[in-house]
Design a protein around this ligand. Structure first.
Ligand SMILES: C[S@+](CC[C@H](N)C(=O)[O-])C[C@H]1O[C@@H](n2cnc3c(N)ncnc32)[C@H](O)[C@@H]1O
Length: 351
């Protein structure tokens, strides 16, 4: 396991852990016989060493391999790679090695899309380069992928950062034509949607469930918190850290996944939820997540391709703010080529 990042906070005798994750998702252009799942466990272990984390558990569906890591999760499918890591891990340092493995071991030579995102860290100065500044992260990403675009959403003190290769719609006809030509003979791009709910200041009673003092094992915490009912029908791989902390991956037969990570320490409580489940409306899912964790604040992001069932989610999420006792403080909407992005920041009402 990586060196511990748990640092004692002398004021409260509580401990600080940076729950906020860095999330990188890379899509490779479809290519015959290419499959990222050809990369062996030993090869993944060497990549994750660069990130400063380890594999602690594994599960899979027909479409996706799901790894629980010492610091969050990794999902590997035929042409999509997702790495989500918290603490002081260094995921961008492994991209060069990942691209080489994708080419040499998996047959993927062309990157189609990249999404790198994260919420503002609670303690940015504790991060290792390049993660100590968004500018440095962007510089490194550009050194791999050329001319990406960087966005900062929301208020300065609690913002959400995004880097992607997809330029805003209207500027990319040539690029799209090139992608179409490159993928001719293989399947066209598939519908895709992802929701992330990044929650802070959570209900202490709920957070207690994710401690060894309260729960004997991960399965007990999963059941008592209601995590097993957030998206029914998922095969769940869960892990309870000692003395506290929780991570889970869920995979379903249709290729969808969910992942939840919990930092229960009172002074820095943080929970993240992410899924690509293909729902038409997010209201019920969002309500179940909020009822399970009861955050004071959360960032919500939804990416959806125009052909995904959840493409109309933006309008629905606007109505949601009035329903659930949360006030929408900020909302931004971006239209990229091939994707729409909705970002919003919510506070419990009254805050
Ligand atoms: C890996 S988990 C999930 C973090 C996640 N990014 C989140 O959303 O909060 C982190 C929690 O596990 C605890 N933990 C206990 N032992 C750990 C270890 N060896 N490595 C990482 N986290 C550990 C941390 O204190 C923290 O509460």
């Amino acid at each position: 396991m990586a060196e511990t990042e748990i640092i004692s906070n002398s004021d409260s005798n509580d401990q600080f852990f940076e729950g906020v994750e860095k999330l990188i998702e890379i899509w490779f252009t479809p290519a015959k016989h290419a499959d990222l799942r050809k990369i062996t466990r030993q090869q993944w272990e060497s990549v994750l060493k660069i990130v400063r984390c380890e594999i602690i558990s594994f599960t899979q569906s027909e479409q996706v391999d799901a790894y629980v890591l010492s610091e969050s999760s990794m999902f590997v499918s035929r042409r999509r790679w997702i790495l989500k890591t918290c603490g002081t891990t260094t995921p961008l340092r492994c991209v060069r090695a990942l691209l080489a493995l994708a080419r040499d071991a998996a047959g993927h030579a062309r990157v189609q899309n990249v999404f790198y995102s994260r919420r503002q860290f609670a303690r940015p100065h504790r991060q290792l380069p390049p993660h100590d500044h968004f500018d440095s992260e962007v510089e490194l990403l550009d050194s791999f992928f050329g001319d990406g675009r960087a966005y900062i959403m929301g208020p300065e003190e609690d913002c959400w950062y995004l880097y992607t290769l997809l330029p805003l719609e209207g500027t990319v006809a040539a690029l799209e034509k090139e992608h179409r030509e490159a993928s001719s003979g293989c399947e066209a791009s598939e519908p895709d949607q992802t929701i992330e709910i990044l929650m802070s200041e959570l209900d202490p009673e709920v957070m207690d469930i994710f401690t060894r003092a309260h729960s004997e094992n991960a399965a007990q915490a999963t059941k008592e918190s209601g995590i097993d009912e957030i998206i029914p029908g998922m095969l769940i791989d869960d892990y309870l850290f000692d003395p506290c902390g929780y991570s889970m991956n869920g995979v379903a037969k249709d290729g969808s996944y969910m992942t939840i990570h919990i930092t229960p320490e009172r002074s820095c409580s943080y929970v993240s939820f992410e899924s690509n489940v293909a729902v038409r409306e997010y209201d019920a899912l969002l309500a179940r997540v909020l009822a399970a964790f009861r955050p004071q604040r959360f960032v919500l992001t939804v990416f959806a391709s125009p052909d995904a069932p959840g493409a109309a989610a933006t309008r629905q999420l606007k109505q949601f703010s009035a329903l659930c006792g949360y006030e929408q403080k900020e909302a931004q909407y971006c239209r990229f080529s091939g994707y729409e992005l909705h970002y919003a920041l919510y506070n419990k009402f009254p805050s």
